[in-house]
Design a protein around this ligand. Structure first.
Ligand SMILES: Cc1ncc(C[n+]2csc(CCOP(=O)(O)OP(=O)(O)O)c2C)c(N)n1
Length: 578
């Protein structure tokens, strides 16, 4: 068969049934095979959206997402999406067209060094120089993308390699010397960690995206309840522990919940699971968790000691290591940390953020409260980047893994909408809502055509403040309110814009309208845009860059005076369960 046919067969053999792509000259052989293959191809309107959609597909489903772009500008347009997936450990395979092998290095038309460009932002990049390499290369790409610490893999496919003939092998075995991800944690390290935990009087768990990738939410919750450790998460970990659980503290860090920041400062043992101690999570590392011994569980050995010095590192799969820890701890007489958990709950109740506001223009807190009321536990929510993202991270209650998707590491404006598109394609039975800023949505709005054409019923909520809000916030707080180039003066009417693409659209301006409108949009089963006019002056409390986690700027308003009114689910510990 031809190389192009081998690409499609390899994808199909990996269980791929949908790809997000955009064709070009060097991809003609591949697209000619796509013409009558069973593989569903979604023609995006910009390659960046293909990569983000593949990423959203992967994050929502746990499967590998696939995107395709042509050589040169197609490949460079994929780059932002590849880097986004790399920073957040999302498993995607990016197939890039390349000029013919005889032209490589000649500055041929639409030639770029895709391997050189993507090497530092991908888990691995392959270039096929012979058609016969394709089956093995694509099989290995999927294996690398989804195993160990997941991440993007790039496969560069010159035109003549797609055209050449090969004999497709009967059996393909994976043989990657030098790539053997560790699964089981070292038993002595696990024992040391258990001893530290058993000695601790004030433990806190910090859960990151690794908990979601390793599917270890259940084990994490079990550990938290067993040892009375409240759980805070990084942005990437949001949803891995139910945020309405009585031991949940919410997100940690620059825009984190006060209770999280203060309890990490106070704890005597921090159990960090699948998190990389990003600067947005830790603040000034010299002031981070100053009273704690730190246990760090991570599948990637390169993360150990990278940002924060730890006492007990354990390299391996979080699910396996947490199960091991649980086994050891359950064989002891256990721990009674009731004083600590009571203290934490009382503290948390004293600084719950206020969500209800009657104001017009709308306060983002009120909008997010109404979004929370309109969605269910199965709804997948994506965010863009900026204030919209941090408002959602701070105020939205997430209860399940793979339901809150956001660009954490790269902070890519333009991620939210195409990621939602990919998530909906992966999980058609789940409602999918994208919460974006007006600046970020405008960067990718052309893909309204894609959701319309393929009938992908996502709901995009544009939090419209006519500012590049997050940058303006920093200018207000740290640059004497000198609003330099962050006011968006000429913006489209988003309702008309959506309608021009044939997409239903609404405008929301007053309290109470958001919930009803979002429910209506979700019930319609059609792609919809909701333009939400919000107060441009609202500022989220934050830890200024370079400060410790307790040095919070901005006001936390108390939602309820009486902690008993807080609608938290009692933990199993409180109800006597396990
Ligand atoms: C591609 C890209 N360019 C620039 C930035 C820097 N940046 C971070 S937040 C932000 C403002 C985002 O504005 P908007 O999308 O309107 O969202 P808001 O903050 O108002 O919610 C900018 C420019 C970025 N993160 N990504």
């Amino acid at each position: 068969m031809k190389g192009s046919q081998a690409i499609i067969k390899s994808l199909t053999d990996e269980g791929v049934d949908v790809v997000f792509g955009y064709p070009g000259g060097v991809l003609l052989p591949l697209y000619d095979v796509i013409y009558d293959s069973d593989l569903k191809h979604i023609l995006v309107r910009h390659e960046q959206c293909a990569a983000h959609a593949a990423d959203g597909y992967a994050r929502a489903s746990g499967k590998v997402g696939v995107c395709i772009g042509t050589s040169g500008p197609g490949a460079t347009n994929l780059v932002t999406g590849i880097a986004t997936a790399y920073m957040d450990s999302a498993p995607i395979v990016a197939l890039a067209g390349q000029v013919g092998t005889s032209l490589i290095g000649n500055d041929a038309f639409q030639e770029v060094d895709t391997i050189g460009i993507t090497m530092p932002i991908s888990k691995h990049s392959y270039q096929a120089m012979e058609s016969s390499e394709i089956p093995q290369m694509i099989r290995s790409s999927f294996y690398i993308a989804r195993t160990g610490r997941p991440g993007p893999v790039v496969v560069d496919l010159p035109k003549d390699v797609q055209e050449g003939e090969l004999d497709y092998p009967e059996n393909i075995t994976i043989d990657l010397p030098g790539y053997k991800p560790t699964k089981k944690g070292h038993p002595l390290q696990v024992k040391k960690a258990a001893e530290l935990i058993l000695k601790s009087k004030k433990p806190v768990i910090l859960a990151g995206g690794g908990v979601i990738h390793s599917d270890s939410s259940e084990e994490l919750q079990h550990l938290s309840e067993m040892i009375g450790a409240p759980v805070t998460t990084s942005l990437m970990g949001k949803g891995c522990f139910p945020e309405d659980h009585s031991l949940s503290l919410g997100m940690l860090g620059m825009h984190g919940r006060k209770a999280s920041n203060m309890m990490v400062d106070e704890c005597d043992c921090l159990i960090a699971v699948g998190c990389r101690f990003s600067d947005r999570t830790t603040g000034d590392v010299n002031k981070f968790a100053p009273n704690a011994k730190i246990i760090h569980i991570d599948v990637d050995p390169a993360e150990i000691g990278k940002n924060v010095a730890v006492n007990v590192p354990i390299v391996g799969d979080a699910k396996i290591i947490l199960s091991h820890l649980l086994r050891i701890i359950s064989q002891t007489k256990g721990i009674n940390n009731h004083d600590w958990t009571d203290y934490v709950r009382t503290f948390r109740a004293s600084c719950m953020p206020r969500l209800s506001f009657d104001d017009t223009p709308l306060k983002p807190q009120q909008v997010i409260k109404e979004i929370s009321e309109a969605v269910t536990d199965d709804t997948i929510v994506t965010t863009d980047v900026g204030q919209n993202q941090m408002w959602m991270a701070h105020y939205f209650t997430s209860r399940n893994p793979r339901k809150f998707l956001s660009s954490g590491g790269l902070g890519t404006m333009g991620f939210g909408f195409p990621a939602a598109m990919g998530a909906k394609v992966a999980m058609p039975d789940n409602d999918v809502v994208a919460v974006c800023g007006d600046g970020g949505f405008l960067m990718v709005c052309q893909d309204l055509a894609t959701v319309k054409e393929y009938d992908i019923p996502v709901v995009v909520c544009v939090l419209d403040n006519r500012y590049l809000g997050m940058v303006a916030q920093w200018q207000k707080l740290f640059y004497d309110e000198r609003i330099s180039q962050t006011k968006l003066n000429a913006m489209p009417d988003f309702v008309k814009l959506a309608e021009a693409f044939g997409v239903n659209a609404y405008r929301v301006e007053r309290p109470g309208e958001m919930k009803e409108t979002l429910q209506e949009a979700l019930n319609s089963g059609e792609p919809t845009l909701i333009d939400v006019m919000i107060d441009p002056d609202e500022i989220l409390p934050m830890v200024p860059p370079g400060c410790g986690l307790t040095e919070i700027v901005g006001e936390y308003k108390v939602e309820r005076e009486n902690p008993d009114e807080i609608p938290y689910r009692p933990s199993a510990q409180e109800t006597g369960g396990d």
